[in-house]
Ligand binder design. Structure first.
Ligand code: HEM
Length: 217
């Protein structure tokens, strides 16, 4: 029997996402290399310490600009709705007991995904704003030293929150079976959509394109 698949992301959205992932990985590793001497060896990945220092801010800007494109595409579907607060209330049962029977039906994203989205957005804003303040090559000369010191701390804090959020995001994408293909192939099975995003599924069924695909299981 042919399985029904539903379009969740366009090709451009997926290319955009994976470019964010690559640049985020590079910005993260180059940042870690500069953060603590124990991670100095990571500078070898970037052509040595000088190059790491030169490249890190540009990689950060690349992440920000690429993420901005995703933000513009997805911010509306990530706005908070009444069912999201109910979802958060019931979430412990889902996370700790694996019991999804009491979860309220949600649209394209559930409250957990929305929180991840806004955490990423805020962290990246803080990373950009604080990063430019101590960017030696361009701006740091005109920023008072105490301000730069505060900026460094906030930059590291935002990087920590961003990394933690990315780990949660990746874990959830792998943990919820059938999710990864949304970003690898652009489609999800109708069963996945019905089970995890019932309101979105109903919306899609009311007239949007369906993608039959025999290849996937
Ligand atoms: C190996 C790492 C990653 C994997 C495997 C991954 C996987 C995925 C998957 C499967 C989705 C679709 C989820 C769905 O439609 O329900 C998604 C969406 C998304 N991902 Fe990732 N991701 C990764 C890293 C990242 C990173 C580092 C960022 C940001 C810096 C990011 C930002 C996003 C955003 C903004 C969305 C759209 C969802 C939304 O608007 O809430 N991802 N990702």
């Amino acid at each position: 029997m042919r399985k029904l698949f539903i379009q969740r992301y366009t090709d451009n959205q997926r290319i955009n996402h994976w470019m964010v992932v690559v640049c985020f990985g590079l910005a993260g590793f180059s940042g870690l290399a500069l953060f603590h001497p124990s991670m100095f060896f990571l500078t070898n990945l970037f052509g040595g310490p000088q190059w790491t220092r030169v490249l890190h801010p540009y990689l950060g800007i690349a992440v920000f600009v690429l993420f901005l494109l995703m933000f513009l595409a997805f911010w509306r579907v990530n706005t908070w709705k009444r069912e999201d607060s109910q979802w958060v209330e019931k979430a412990p049962k889902l996370v700790f007991e694996g019991d999804e029977s009491q979860m309220p039906p949600v649209g394209k994203y559930n409250a957990g995904q929305k929180l991840v989205f806004w955490s990423m957005t805020l962290s990246l804003i803080v990373l950009l704003c604080t990063g430019v303040l101590f960017w030696q090559a361009w701006f740091a000369n005109s920023v008072p030293i105490p301000v730069q010191r505060v900026a460094v701390v906030l930059h590291a804090l935002a990087a920590f929150i961003m990394s933690l959020t990315a780990v949660v995001h990746i874990y959830a994408a792998i943990w919820v079976k059938g999710t990864l293909r949304a970003m690898t192939q652009g489609t999800v099975s109708a069963g996945w959509a019905k089970r995890h995003h019932l309101l979105w599924y109903r919306d899609k069924m009311e007239g949007q394109a369906r993608v039959p695909d025999q290849r996937a299981g």
